[in-house]
Design a protein around this ligand. Sequence first.
Ligand SMILES: Cc1cc2nc3c(=O)[nH]c(=O)nc-3n(C[C@H](O)[C@H](O)[C@H](O)COP(=O)(O)OP(=O)(O)OC[C@H]3O[C@@H](n4cnc5c(N)ncnc54)[C@H](O)[C@@H]3O)c2cc1C
Length: 401
Amino acid sequence: MNRPLDQKSYDAVVVGMGPAGATAACELSRAGLSVLALEKDVHPRYKVCGGGLSVRIEQLLDPGFKSVVEDTIFGFQFLYRGEESVTIESPSPIAYMVMRDRFDHYLVQQARRVGTEIHEGEHPQSLRHVPEGVEVTTDRGCYHAKVLIGADGANSQVARQLFPDRRQRCIPTLESEIELGSGPQYPAMGKAVIDIGVCSKGYAWIFPKQGRLSVGVGAFQSKPASLKKTFDRFVWGEKGLAGLDVPKPMGHPLPLFSRTELSPEPGPDDLVNGQAMLVGDAGHLVDPLFGEGIYYAVRSGKMAAMAVLNQRHDRTKSLWAYELAVREQLYAEFRIASRLADIVYTFPRLCHRLLSPYREVVQLYCEVLQGKETYQSFIPRAKRILKSSTSELLLEALQLR
Ligand SMILES: Cc1cc2nc3c(=O)[nH]c(=O)nc-3n(C[C@H](O)[C@H](O)[C@H](O)COP(=O)(O)OP(=O)(O)OC[C@H]3O[C@@H](n4cnc5c(N)ncnc54)[C@H](O)[C@@H]3O)c2cc1C
């Protein structure tokens, strides 16, 4: 194929350098591919996010990421409308807390170190499928990519331009970063606070960091009249935040996985189209129970890179292997998370009341976050715990049969 002389060609172009893009770029560069990464911002940059990383991230990242961990979480404090506190703890860490500017910058540096060419402050003006790849035009140049990885987050331009039939389904969230300073001390360091009563079909959180708290609210299964009012209600009612100055929260869409994306046949919501792929938030790979997305961004970045490398070694292999791997591994988990979300957000009061008598089930869920269990192994074990101590009626009510 003849290409314009001023068009530079790469084995892969990655659009967006959050956790998904930085991971994919790093894997591909490390394997010797020529990789261009386009990032519209300049790292380190602020990202609206709770920054909670489940400990199973250790299975995916080199241990160096711990240099940017702000706090380690050994327990959850569950609240219902600011009251009825139930604390569930684990002797080993459940989650790490990061600020996304530092964490993402760390991942971007890792990719740069292994040879990714990173253009910050540059984003595509147009993207189009061409024979043998994708053409990307920015205000600084025109590039040909044998493979294009869309890792540009919830409002993905790659999805809009190269996957025009994909459905967009994002939930609204709000978050504020509270500086702790030398004033009143926050009583629950080392614990993540989760309130499932304050927001109709959603939850509010407090995630502790070094010298600050990330406080937010997300409406997971409903569109509230005013999420800001819900946020204010949570902040005013939460005793641990008394006396602290709470800056105005910022909004950001969260692209939760939706079961409508589960068509067994190839369809509009696929993550592969020609030589283009979607990873992380751009592909809606966010756990629908509590909105965990960083782990799945990193995991999908790795999975996409593996499909690209397999195709490079064997031209008969298709990038479709990535779609199949996501369906088999990630969607299988999200399907279960989605059922749990239906229960939790339909019966928040009942679920909160069951936390104390069934803390074993929550501890089991913590083991999923720790990577000791999977969602798939969680369900039969949780059923056994519930069956051994409760009536069939309750199982029926929780739709776990
Ligand atoms: C309020 C809130 C709280 C959250 N809390 C948590 C949590 O505690 N734990 C958790 O695991 N997940 C959480 N998430 C989800 C998590 O933030 C995302 O799932 C995760 O950031 C996805 O990573 P990503 O790399 O796919 O996308 P992003 O992190 O969004 O990165 C996308 C990158 O692409 C860049 N970009 C965007 N458009 C373009 C473009 N056109 N061209 C070039 N670059 C572009 C952006 O600047 C950005 O750097 C939260 C989300 C929200 C909104």
